[in-house]
Write a protein that binds this ligand. Structure first.
Ligand code: ZN
Ligand code: ZN
Length: 261
């Protein structure tokens, strides 16, 4: 099956997730969703890196590592992987050290958590030009750091009310520069269902046009892709057929899929 690993799933260890976001609840859904490997990626900031926000300070390694005690003996044949979703604050400040990253199966880094003003991004982030510059620069920086496995929800700026305009102003060659660097450095791109929820115009095939452009370019540049539902509650896990349909429309095939060992 195509895109049968989901590497972006939050359990209720993430402070913003719902209480019903349990390992068992997700495992029960995997078969119907065609998912054979589930990668849990709770929000995480490494205590070895100074500068956690108050919210992140509580989500340290001891906290997320509790997950290992919550995996049932019988996982219904589903492979389980332990990862995290950390942060990148620019200027080389990544929320996980190289040493800690080795303790995890994978590391997701978002470069579009533009809602955390004063922490991940400056307070004065407002214009489409600012949003596009920060996402492009940070994605380019992160793919060169040698720690990220994948970019979480690429180019889905959280808290941004001008997404269509922001993305429309990114040129194909802007995307190419970032995607060629990601491909060269082996950093995969997540296909995240948020692309269907944002206020982006659909194209004639009913797909979000700006994201179709980005993912098609990323595929042409040699990027690899994985599914990331970013569920914070089990019902949000039910999205994989839609992700697969979108991927096919972008020309993504088995050959373009990132596989986590
Ligand atoms: Zn995220
Ligand atoms: Zn997430």
């Amino acid at each position: 099956m195509f895109l049968n690993q989901d590497l972006h799933v939050h359990t209720n260890l993430s402070l913003c997730a719902k209480s019903d976001a349990t390992v068992d609840a997700y495992l029960a859904l995997c078969k119907d969703e065609g998912i054979t490997t589930i990668g849990f990626s709770d929000h995480f900031w490494d205590p070895n890196v100074p500068g956690a926000s108050d919210w992140y300070a509580k989500q340290d390694f001891t906290h997320i590592n509790v997950l290992r005690t919550r995996i049932p003996k019988d996982t219904h044949g589903v492979q389980v992987r332990f990862g995290c979703e950390t942060e990148y604050c620019g200027h080389g400040k990544l929320g996980i050290s190289r040493e800690t990253a080795r303790l995890l199966d994978f590391v997701l880094v978002p470069t579009s958590h533009t809602h955390m003003k004063g922490f991940t991004v400056p307070f004065d982030l407002h214009t489409p030009e600012q949003y596009r510059r920060i996402m492009l620069d940070r994605t380019y920086e992160v793919v060169h750091m040698g720690i990220a496995t994948g970019i979480a929800h690429p180019f889905v700026p959280l808290g941004c009310t001008c997404i269509e305009e922001t993305l429309h102003g990114i040129t194909d060659s802007d995307y190419r520069k970032v995607c060629e660097a990601a491909a060269k450095n082996g950093v995969a791109m997540e296909i995240n269902p948020d692309i269907f929820n944002h206020k982006c115009a659909d194209d004639a095939d009913g797909q979000p046009g700006e994201y179709r452009r980005f993912f098609t370019i990323a595929r042409e540049c040699g990027c690899k892709f994985f599914a990331g539902c970013d569920a914070h509650t089990p019902k949000s896990f039910l999205c994989h057929d839609r992700i697969r349909e979108f991927a096919r429309i972008c020309g993504i095939t088995e050959d373009n899929i990132f596989i986590l060992a």
